[in-house]
Design a protein around this ligand. Structure first.
Ligand SMILES: Nc1ncnc2c1ncn2[C@@H]1O[C@H](COP(=O)(O)OP(=O)(O)OP(=O)(O)O)[C@@H](O)[C@H]1O
Ligand SMILES: [Mg+2]
Length: 254
C-alpha cells in the first residue's frame, strides 16, 4: 500500500531550539497513526508543519504524492487535510449550530457576484449547509444544544463540537491533537468509537495522544517522538514491548 502522507527528513528550528529534527515517517490511508512523546517532543509542531502553519527549514512533505510543504494553510485544507486544535478554537460567542455551519466550506456562495445578487442558488446552499450541520449535531448527540453558545457547553460537549467542526470541514485526512484529554472515561470510549467510525467511513487519522491505554486501543501504527526526532515506530504491541521507549522517554512503564 502506498502512503497517503510522507514526511522526509523534516527539520524545524525556533532560534536555538531544534523542535523537529530530521524526521521521516509515512501515514497509510484508512488507518489511525498516532504520534506519542513527552511534553515538548515536537508533536504539535509536526501538525503545524503538515497544515502549513509553519514551513519546514529542510525536508519534504508529500500528500497523495504532491509536495505540500510551504503551501498556505487554506491551500493545504483544500487538498483534503482537516485539523483539530489542542485548544479547540471554537467561536465561543456563537451557537453550536453556527460553529458547525462556519466550518462547512462554501460552495457556490463563495462567488462574490452570487453573494451580491443572492437569489435562489444561495438560499438553497444556505439550507443545505444548515441541514448538514443539524445532521452532524444530531450525530454528536447535541441536538438539544443546537442554539446554545459554545461557551455555555460543558467541556466534553465542547470537545464533541470541535470534532463536529472537523467532520464538517469535509477532509478525508484528519489531524487530531489530544481529542480525548480531560474527558471522563465514558466520553473517552465515545470518542474512540467515533474515531473508529471515521476511519471505517474511509478517512485517515493522524492522532496525538498522551494516554497510553487509548494509544494501544486505537492505533494501527505508533510513532514515538523525543526531542523532535523519531526514536521508535511500529504496531502498538511492538512499541509497548520496547522498554527503553516506555520507561526512559515516556516514564509510563510498559
Ligand atoms: N512558535 C514557537 N516558537 C518557539 N518555540 C516553539 C514554538 N512552538 C513550539 N515551540 C517549542 O518547540 C518544542 C516542541 O513543541 P510542541 O508544541 O511541538 O511540543 P508537543 O510535543 O506538542 O508538546 P505537548 O505534549 O506539551 O503538547 C517545545 O520546546 C516548544 O516550546
Ligand atoms: Mg502539543
Amino acid at each position: 500500500m502506498s502512503a497517503i502522507l510522507e514526511l522526509t527528513q523534516i527539520s524545524k528550528r525556533f532560534g536555538g531550539l531544534a523542535a523537529v529534527q530530521d524526521l521521516s515517517f509515512a501515514v497509510q490511508p484508512g488507518r489511525i497513526t498516532t504520534l506519542i512523546g513527552g511534553n515538548g517532543a515536537g508533536k504539535t509542531t509536526v501538525f503545524n508543519l503538515i497544515t502549513g502553519y509553519l514551513a519546514p527549514d529542510a525536508g519534504e512533505i508529500r500528500f497523495q504524492g504532491e509536495r505540500i510543504d510551504g503551501l498556505a494553510p487554506h491551500k493545504i485544507a483544500r487538498t483534503g487535510i482537516s485539523r483539530g486544535f489542542q485548544e479547540l478554537r471554537l467561536f465561543n460567542r456563537l451557537s453550536t449550530l453556527d460553529n458547525v455551519q462556519a466550518a462547512i466550506p462554501a460552495q457556490k456562495g463563495e462567488s462574490i457576484w452570487r453573494a451580491i445578487w443572492g437569489g435562489k442558488p444561495l438560499q438553497d446552499e444556505a439550507q443545505a449547509t444548515e441541514a448538514r450541520s443539524r445532521e452532524i449535531i444530531g450525530d454528536l448527540t447535541l441536538s438539544h444544544q443546537v442554539d446554545t453558545l459554545a461557551e455555555r457547553l460543558s467541556y466534553g460537549q465542547q470537545k464533541l463540537l470541535a470534532l463536529g467542526r472537523l467532520v464538517a470541514a469535509q477532509g478525508d485526512f484528519l489531524l487530531l491533537d489530544e481529542p480525548t484529554s480531560g474527558l471522563s472515561p465514558a466520553m473517552v470510549d465515545d470518542f474512540c468509537d467515533r474515531m473508529k467510525a471515521l476511519v471505517a467511513s474511509g478517512r485517515t487519522i493522524l492522532l496525538i495522544e498522551h494516554n497510553v491505554e487509548i494509544v494501544m486501543r486505537l492505533s494501527d501504527w505508533v510513532i514515538v517522538l523525543h526531542q523532535g526526532g523519531k526514536i521508535a515506530e511500529g504496531v502498538p504491541d511492538e512499541v509497548k514491548r520496547n522498554e527503553s521507549v516506555m520507561h526512559t522517554y515516556l516514564g509510563l512503564g510498559a
